[in-house]
Design a protein around this ligand. Sequence first.
Ligand SMILES: Nc1ncnc2c1ncn2[C@@H]1O[C@H](COP(=O)(O)OP(=O)(O)O)[C@@H](O)[C@H]1O
Ligand SMILES: Cc1ncc(COP(=O)(O)O)c(C=O)c1O
Ligand SMILES: [Mg+2]
Length: 276
Amino acid sequence: MSLKKVLTIAGSDTSAGAGMQADLKTFQEHDTYGMVALAAIVTMDPKTWSHNVTPLPLDLLDEQLNTAISIGPDAIKTGMLGSEEVIKRARQAYDESGSEIFVVDPVMVCKGDDEVLNPGNTDAMIKELLPKATVVTPNLFEAGQLSGLGKLTSIEDMKKAAEKIHDLGAENVVIKGGKALESDKAFDLFYDGKKHVLLSTDKFQSSYNHGAGCTFAAATTANLANGQSPEEAIKNAKAFVASAIKNGWKMNEFVGPVDHGASNRIEKIEVFTEEI
Ligand SMILES: Nc1ncnc2c1ncn2[C@@H]1O[C@H](COP(=O)(O)OP(=O)(O)O)[C@@H](O)[C@H]1O
Ligand SMILES: Cc1ncc(COP(=O)(O)O)c(C=O)c1O
Ligand SMILES: [Mg+2]
C-alpha cells in the first residue's frame, strides 16, 4: 500500500524540536510521506536564545505550495504562518488541494515568549482557517484568543471555549490544557459539536518540552491521513506526544526538545478518556 502524503505549511525551527522539523519527524514515525511548504525561518541567538522570525518571500511560498499541491497531499497541517497574507495562502492551498483533512495548529506564540507573534493573525485564522478545519489544536492561551474568552483557567472554561471555537466553523476542537492548566494530570478537551471528552495522561517533566504542540498536531494529521476518526486520531496523538515529553532532553542551557521517536522506540503511554 502506498504511503499517505501529508503536507505541513509551517515555519522552520532551526533548533529542530518544533516547527516543520517536528512535523516531518512525527510524520515519519507514523509511516506517512511528509512534505513541507516553508513560510518562515526561526533562528535563535546563541547567547540569549531569543527568537528571530524571518518570513520567506510570498512568491517563494506560492511556488512551494504549487509544487506540493501538484503532488496531491492526502492531508494538510498548518503551523506557524506568521502573517495574515500567509494565512490566506494556506487556506487557498487547502481549497485547491482537494484534500479533505485540514489540521490547524493556531500557533500564536513561541513557548517561553508571551508576546503574540502578530495580533491581526488571530482574526485571519478565525476567518480563513477555522471554517475549513477538520481539527484545530489550540493551547490554553490560543483557545482564549480564538474564543474571545481571554484567560482560561479551568476545564469548565475549556468547554465554553471549545463550543465557541466550534461555532466559528471548526469541525473538531481539541484544547490542550497541557502544560498551562494547573493540575496534576495533563488534560486536553475534545469537542465535536456533540460531546465533550476529557483526555488525560500523567503529567511528566515540563522543562524539556519544546515542540510538544507541533508534534501533537502533526501526529493527529498523520493519524487522520491513515484513516482514523478525529477522536481516535487525537487520543493516539496524545499518547505519542506524552511519550515524547516524558523523554524530552536538555539541548543546552535554554531549551530541551521532546523526543519525537520515543513512543515507537522507548515506551507507549496510556491515555484515559471520559465524556464530561
Ligand atoms: N508535562 C506534560 N506531561 C504530559 N503531557 C503534556 C505535558 N505538557 C503538555 N502535555 C501535552 O502535550 C500536548 C501539547 O501541549 P502543550 O505543550 O500545552 O502545547 P503547546 O506546545 O502548543 O503550547 C498536549 O496533549 C498536552 O496535554
Ligand atoms: C517554527 C516554529 N513553529 C512552531 C513553534 C511552536 O512550538 P510548540 O510546539 O512548542 O508550540 C515554534 C516554537 O519555537 C517554532 O519555532
Ligand atoms: Mg503550540
